[in-house]
Design a protein around this ligand. Structure first.
Ligand code: ADP
Length: 445
């Protein structure tokens, strides 16, 4: 069963989720502080890597230049031993340079590959014919120079990138900080507002429940107090109508019968109200037995014959072809049908028709099948958008407001029908008017 939150208290769901806005605020603050710090750390690392790479490659390039020049000199002097040791040193420096090149990027790696090619070519030709290739070391050195320039340019680019990153970091911190503060303030405000509204709603609902209960208690009292005097009025009317208190003229007799009709209507309203409010307190009593719905419906139609005749409404009954056996409460079935029949007669103008039809499932199946009893009239009908609303407590169609009624009969009838395992639905009548169909389960509900 659902538990209601006492008035003024924060609902349990909110109690359980109070940490959600706080977590969002905390996450926003952490993000605000952590993002610039992370960017600064990254900038610092980039800077260190840049200076490490630039220094290492510059040292290696210098050594390389010296080695190439020494080797070239040695070869010019035909001193192959000195040239070989210079070549070895050059090779060592190349290895040291390799790791720096990878860090600087693919452009540097490619450019240095070209230097190697030029250097190898020159070495090969210088060793076979030293005199004719004195220009080759110059080419090699020029290429190394170009490489050095590239290194410098790359370092500049890197520095520019780092500066841009730092600048963006400052701008984002300046822009984001007030935004984050605003978001946090909004979050707090929304949270407080939600809590306030939740408290208001809970208090409002509690007040409404209390008012409804007060109204129910009042109606229970009034209806109970009305029922007895109305019953007595009906009884005195019967004494008069039967001539026990003296002979009446036929006109006087007619008036008494009309009065009794009105009292019966009032008694039905009172008993509907009582049943409705009794049902809210405790479940309605249901006593099931095996009955033929044809017979129950026929008896009920008979009860309304006089009132229909008085209203000059033609009341007809069509029983089902077969027995409509169901295990249900015949007294409750009668209550439901009486509600529908009294409405049909009440809302159908003189000269109209009311037809009560009982039908059984076509294929004779029992499981999950329903018998149906329809009460169709040729009255004003029910607009499609009102066909559910008329089952609401105290709801009446504006067009029928001039006809006496309480607006609880259908509420009670549907409640009973559902309690018996069926329901009531409304549709259009065959030509005009309304058609109320009650369903009853064939097998035990
Ligand atoms: P009431 O005592 O007003 O008849 P009900 O709960 O029985 O209360 O019906 C609710 C409303 O549904 C009625 O006030 C009426 O507007 C509408 N209604 C019910 N039955 C019919 C009908 N057969 N034809 C037209 N309107 C109907």
């Amino acid at each position: 069963m659902r538990r209601h939150t006492p008035p003024g208290e924060i609902p349990r769901a909110l109690h359980r989720t109070w940490w959600v806005p706080l977590a969002i605020v905390a996450a926003t603050i952490v993000a605000l502080v952590a993002t610039p710090v992370a960017v600064s750390v990254r900038v610092q690392r980039l800077r260190t890597a840049l200076s490490d790479g630039t220094n290492a490659s510059r040292v290696a390039v210098n050594d390389l230049e010296v080695a190439v020049a020494t080797e070239a000199l040695a070869l010019q002097r035909h001193d192959t031993v000195a040239a070989d040791s210079a070549a070895q040193r050059e090779h060592r420096d190349e290895l040291a340079l390799d790791s720096a090149l990878v860090r600087i990027g693919p452009e540097a790696v490619e450019q240095f590959a070209q230097i190697r090619l030029v250097d190898r070519d020159w070495q090969r030709s210088a060793r076979s014919d030293t005199a004719g290739h004195a220009i080759s070391p110059t080419v090699a050195l020029a290429t190394i120079e170009a490489f050095d320039t590239t290194l410098e340019r790359r370092a500049d680019e890197q520095r520019t990138r780092i500066r841009a990153l730092e600048h963006a970091n400052v701008v984002s911190a300046v822009v984001l900080a007030p935004l984050a503060l605003l978001a946090t303030a909004l979050l707090f405000w929304t949270g407080r507002r939600i809590l306030f509204l939740a408290r208001e709603a809970t208090a409002g609902r509690a007040a409404l429940d209390a008012a409804l209960e007060e109204k129910s208690a009042l109606l229970r009292g009034v209806t109970h107090d009305l029922k007895n005097p109305l019953g007595a009025v009906y009884g005195y009317g019967e004494l008069l109508a039967d001539g026990v208190l003296g002979e009446l003229s036929s006109e006087q007799h007619d008036v008494i019968v009309r009065m009794q009709g009105l009292v019966t209507g009032a008694l039905r309203t009172v008993s509907d109200l009582l049943d409705l409010y009794r049902d809210q307190g405790s479940a309605l009593q249901i006593e099931r037995k095996r009955v033929d719905l044809n017979r129950v419906a026929e008896g009920c139609v008979g009860d309304f014959a006089v009132s229909a005749q008085q209203k000059q409404v033609a009341l007809r009954f069509e029983r089902a072809e077969h027995e409509a056996n169901a295990t249900t409460d015949p007294a409750r079935v009668k209550e439901i049908l009486s509600n529908l029949l009294s409405n049909a007669v009440k809302y159908t103008p003189s000269g109209g028709d009311v037809l009560v039809t009982v039908s059984t499932p076509r294929n004779g199946s029992t499981d999950g099948a329903f018998h149906r009893i329809s009460v169709c009239d040729t009255g004003p009908g029910i607009p499609v958008d009102q066909r559910e609303r008329i089952f609401d407590e105290f709801y009446r169609l504006p067009d029928t407001a001039s006809i006496p009624g309480s607006g609880v009969g259908l509420t009670f009838a549907r409640r009973l029908a559902r309690l018996l395992g069926g329901d009531i639905v409304v549709s259009d009548g065959a030509t005009r008017g309304a058609c109320f169909t009650v369903t009853f389960p064939v097998s035990d509900a």
